[in-house]
Design a protein around this ligand. Structure first.
Ligand SMILES: O=C(O)CCC(=O)C(=O)O
Ligand SMILES: [Fe+2]
Length: 407
């Protein structure tokens, strides 16, 4: 179902709070919210030490309602995701509402205390329906390094540097179950760090020194971003794979190097669709935030809208989109792009160019680039950036290009 606005132009409605408030009346949009509302619960130093140990050994850790009770917030967000879907909007547009940012605000102190990373505003949400044979994201690392022919050298240099001297990762993702997320209806799976030959050293190391990794246990394959990843090659390797089932409100904190995926559940699962929400956090200097840091904890509605549209462009390869949808996000992005952080903006600008350069692009709908402008750009042979640095890799257009190149 495509979004529509009863009795008016959708274009005009999109930037109005009442359009979004009408979709999810239960959720709020108040960018003027202040930080004084209930502070996130304190975390004991014993708990922090325990979770740090877990992150160092396993590459992830999990917290549940006994540690952190965000169940009510999770339920509200799940209902919001469903309402958005009913109006033709993808789950990531949940970032329009205060409650998404409140979730970030609740969990950020734990992220900071354990990993030292701050929310970088890479927000994403999912609605994965096992009865439609849907699955979550394919096996990947949130950060793989390098591309092209010198991938081994790039990985060798960059992967160890993406960890702090104390071994903790400079980039992490916090993934929150907004519904039940069980093996039966789809949940996260991980290969724990201790079992994973590429976790700390880099996957492409094998290209220069294969003896270190027993090839009968682990196979080096190309992951969804085109970068190589180790995957289990035998029973022993497979036995290390771990399901991470979650009840509503549980949160999983993943290192950027832990291999993970969202599984496909069983058709007919009584748990229904798996709904979840994530935000990423990084060390300044490793990766800059997507919005200016001052925008936190509750960014303006314009920034939220631009971010949601930009995220859909960034994750286009992971969330397949109709042409009209791509153009809708492009139009929204162009209106608000000036408010984004410069690194993120230049990455999404490259995605925008790729969309505009595609055959199916119709400037009338996105309303910004003229036919002539497009023709002259194509003639000039302007190149689009091949690789995005979004945590799940390439945009759809970029993937197509990459495959073509690989053949
Ligand atoms: O929910 C999923 O399917 C994948 C989640 C994920 O890869 C992430 O949050 O980094
Ligand atoms: Fe991921």
């Amino acid at each position: 179902m495509a979004p529509s606005s009863p009795g008016g132009s959708l274009e005009a409605a999109l930037s109005r709070v009442d359009y979004w408030a009408g979709i999810c009346p239960e959720l709020t949009i108040r960018a003027d919210r202040k930080l004084d509302e209930d502070a996130p619960p304190p975390i004991s130093s014993r708990k922090i030490a325990e979770l740090k140990k877990c992150m160092l050994k396993e590459g992830y850790f999990q917290v549940c309602s006994q540690d952190f009770d965000v169940r009510e917030l999770a339920s509200k967000l799940a209902r919001g995701v469903k309402a958005l879907r009913g109006h033709g909007w993808p789950p990531t547009f949940i970032a329009i509402y205060d409650e998404a940012w409140e979730m970030v605000r609740q969990l950020s102190p734990l992220m900071l205390a354990v990993t030292g990373n701050k929310c970088n505003m890479d927000l994403v949400a999912w609605y994965v329906d096992p009865s439609q044979a849907e699955a979550g994201f394919m096996p990947h690392r949130d950060r793989a390094f390098g591309s092209g022919s010198d991938i081994a050298a790039q990985e060798t240099a960059q992967v160890p540097a993406s960890f702090n001297a104390n071994g903790l990762p400079k980039y992490c993702t916090c993934w929150i179950a907004l519904s039940e997320a069980q093996p039966d209806n789809g949940c996260l799976y991980v290969v724990p760090a201790w079992a994973d030959p590429g976790y700390r050293e880099g996957d492409a190391l094998s290209l220069s020194g294969p003896e270190a990794v027993p090839a009968d246990k682990w196979g080096l394959r190309r992951g969804p971003t085109g970068a190589p990843i180790w995957s289990p090659n035998c029973n022993e390797g497979l036995q290390a794979v771990r399901a991470v089932p979650c009840h509503r409100g549980d949160a999983v904190f993943l290192s950027h190097r832990v291999l993970h995926w969202g599984s496909q559940g069983r058709e007919g699962s009584p748990h229904g669709p798996r709904i979840s929400f994530s935000f990423a956090a990084s060390t300044s200097g490793f990766e800059e935030p997507y919005l200016p840091e001052a925008a936190l904890p509750f960014p303006t509605i314009e920034l939220r809208l631009t971010l949601a549209a930009a995220q859909m462009m960034s994750y286009g390869g992971r969330f397949p989109q109709e042409e009209a949808e791509k153009q809708r996000y492009l139009g929204l992005y162009k209106k608000g792009r000036h408010g984004l952080g410069p690194e993120f903006r230049s990455r999404i600008d490259a995605c925008a160019k790729a969309i505009e350069a595609s055959e199916a692009f119709s400037p009338r709908e996105s309303g910004e680039t003229s036919q002539d402008e497009r023709r002259s750009k194509k003639k000039g042979g302007e190149k689009t950036k091949e690789e995005s640095h979004s945590k799940h890799g390439l945009t759809e257009t970029c993937i197509k290009k990459k495959r073509k190149k690989a053949r």
